[in-house]
Ligand binder design. Structure first.
Ligand code: AKG
Length: 303
């Protein structure tokens, strides 16, 4: 017999709808956080440099021109792979840090391949949250640990997740869990509150002949429920709110909201776990950089 699990409260739903993001403190128990961190540290210790292409995770800065897009990255959708911080290398191209302190992110299939991350992701609680947001057939399509290493942890420029995980119409929502306290100093997230209602998805990050790049979005630019949003290109200087959170907090992130994170200038790491969900019955085409495994993206609702 399945027991009832609550989704978001009416107040939380209203707040998510208005702001485009929602902080849920204590979503993970300290024990679960410890378990996820232990799994992560073990992986950082175990992976080998011998056959590693030394792929860096690069967002390509504000214009994204040099975003990571090699085969190691493109084929990581059903694997657990390790991407380096851009600043982990010295001038001669050698690693300037021990490998455990040099990785920016681990991805993109922890939600299937790591038992503790799978339990955290494909849980009844997350199914209930997805149901309350309005998902019909939520599919987890990618997951990652972002380490944001002390002193070198790279900044993530302003972006919208539906640019990178595009369905027509857009439907992506991010689940982002702090595994360590995230502060201004170690590069917490910040959000342009309400921007999901005014910022359309104008570009898509796609596979190109040789790698990846950005193209103009010819499909819908707002999700179903926001189809009548303002036309694209409404000029507005966005103001970003800091999202400082304690370990164990879950942050829900709407696929159209502009958000970013700063460089880690502190001596403390900022490990987080995030996975993304899309609506399974909406069009997901072959141009997306991330292609589904043979059995399709992971269902969040038990069938
Ligand atoms: O954790 C970060 O620093 C960035 C994460 C992010 O922007 C995302 O998952 O969309």
């Amino acid at each position: 017999m399945s027991s009832h699990v609550d989704g978001l409260t009416p107040e939380q739903l209203t707040s998510f709808g208005e702001s485009g993001y929602l902080l849920i403190p204590d979503a993970l128990s300290p024990e679960t956080v410890r378990e996820l961190l232990a799994d992560t540290h073990q992986r950082l210790e175990d992976f080998s440099l011998d056959d590693h292409p030394m792929t860096k995770f690069s967002t390509g800065g504000e214009d994204g021109a040099d975003h990571v897009g090699d085969a190691y990255f493109l084929e990581s959708g059903d694997k657990v792979r390790f991407f380096f911080e851009e600043d982990a290398f010295d001038k001669s191209g050698g690693l300037a840090k021990p490998k455990e302190r040099a990785i920016n992110k681990i991805g993109h299939c922890l939600h299937e391949l790591s038992p503790p991350f799978r339990n955290t992701s494909l849980s009844q609680r997350n199914a209930a949250i997805a149901r309350s947001i309005g998902f019909r057939d939520p599919r987890v399509l990618q997951s990652m640990v972002i380490c944001k290493q002390p002193e070198i942890g790279g900044a993530v420029p302003p972006h919208q997740d539906s640019t990178f995980l595009y369905t027509d119409p857009p439907s992506a929502v991010g689940w982002w869990y702090a595994l360590e306290d995230a502060t201004k100093e170690n590069g917490c997230l910040s959000f342009a509150s309400g921007s999901h209602k005014r910022s359309s998805i104008d570009k898509r990050f796609v596979r190109t002949g040789g790698g990846t790049g950005f193209i103009d979005n010819e499909g819908a630019r707002f999700p179903e429920k926001l189809q009548n949003g303002p036309a694209s290109g409404v000029a507005r200087k966005e103001i970003y709110e800091m999202g400082e959170v304690k370990a164990g907090t879950l942050v829900l992130i709407h696929g159209n909201i502009l958000h970013k994170s700063g460089k880690n200038v502190s001596g403390k790491s900022r490990f987080i776990y995030t996975f993304h969900v899309i609506e399974g019955d909406q069009e997901y085409d072959e141009r997306n950089w991330l292609q589904p495994p043979e059995k399709g993206f992971s269902k969040l609702y038990a069938s």
